[in-house]
Design a protein around this ligand. Structure first.
Ligand code: BTN
Length: 257
């Protein structure tokens, strides 16, 4: 069990290919649970669905090593980390800005993507765990985001939203660490239910019309009303026939909210 006021081991790097890859190396050498890796920039940052994650200096790139034994459901972890990122952004951004989770693991501010999460399982037995990587556009210059303005959810950064204000990465890390391990302790004590509740509370798309590309189980585009998160982290959508369908893996393509 992670103790109160847990202080994780944090490794800082000026540059890495990917914080997830580096943490995997350390995990294989026996790094303890909670180990964090932070890099100023990444040369081969990785995203979900085999995409890359553009990682110039100014962003927050971190990965954490977790071995959840009770409950042993590593698929819960990216949702937990998504809530931690949301709470971190809510603390550092002006209250007038709307922070929202977007299924499965993105964080939006004022409907634009500011953060993504990549969770990778590895190991076995009691060392069956996850490396959960977080990328947040903090002081990322606007020109670095230009290539992502055609995405369904355009990219943004803290700097772009606050007229270039500089937010120290260490401050983001300190807040994120506290939020993350408080949530992880809550998860260890009470399981996924409170995380699930917090996730839905911080998803401003709940009850709104959405379009989702379903990778699993159907492989089609589904339109409907976002009903909520299933108890295994799928997205439940109510379709035009008023049926509730669960999407286990996929991507939200559009939301009218
Ligand atoms: C996504 O939205 O597709 C997920 C992006 C995850 C990016 C982070 S940055 C830190 C960590 N290291 C990586 O290579 N990827 C994750």
């Amino acid at each position: 069990m992670i103790p109160l006021n847990f202080e994780p081991v944090v490794h800082f790097f000026n540059e890495l290919d990917s914080t997830n890859s580096k943490l995997k190396e350390l995990a294989l050498m026996g790094a303890p649970e909670g180990t964090l890796i932070v890099a100023k920039k990444q040369t081969q940052g990785r995203g979900r669905l085999a995409r890359s994650w553009h990682s110039p200096e100014g962003g927050f790139y971190a990965s954490v090593l977790l071995y959840p034994l009770v409950p042993k459901r590593i698929t819960d972890l990216p949702f937990l980390v998504g809530v931690a990122v949301t709470q971190t952004l809510q603390q550092v951004l002006p209250k007038s800005l709307e922070v929202s989770l977007k299924w499965p693991n993105d964080v939006l501010v004022n409907k634009k993507k500011i953060a993504g999460i990549l969770s990778e399982a590895f190991g076995e037995n009691e060392f069956y765990g996850a490396i959960v990587g977080v990328g947040i556009n903090i002081n990322t210059p606007s020109k670095e985001l230009e290539a992502f303005q055609k995405n369904a959810f355009q990219a943004t950064s803290v700097a772009a939203l606050t007229e270039g204000e500089n937010l120290p990465i260490e401050e983001v890390l300190n807040i994120f660490k506290v939020k993350l391990f408080n949530l992880y302790r809550l998860y260890q004590e009470k399981g996924f239910v409170p995380i699930h509740t917090l996730w839905e509370k911080n998803c401003k798309m709940m009850g709104k019309k959405i379009q989702v590309r379903d990778v699993e189980p159907r492989g089609e585009t589904i339109e409907g009303i976002l009903w909520g998160l299933s108890d295994r982290g799928g997205m439940v959508v109510e379709n035009a026939k008023k049926e509730k369908v669960e999407i286990i893996s996929g991507e939200l393509a559009c939301c009218w909210y």
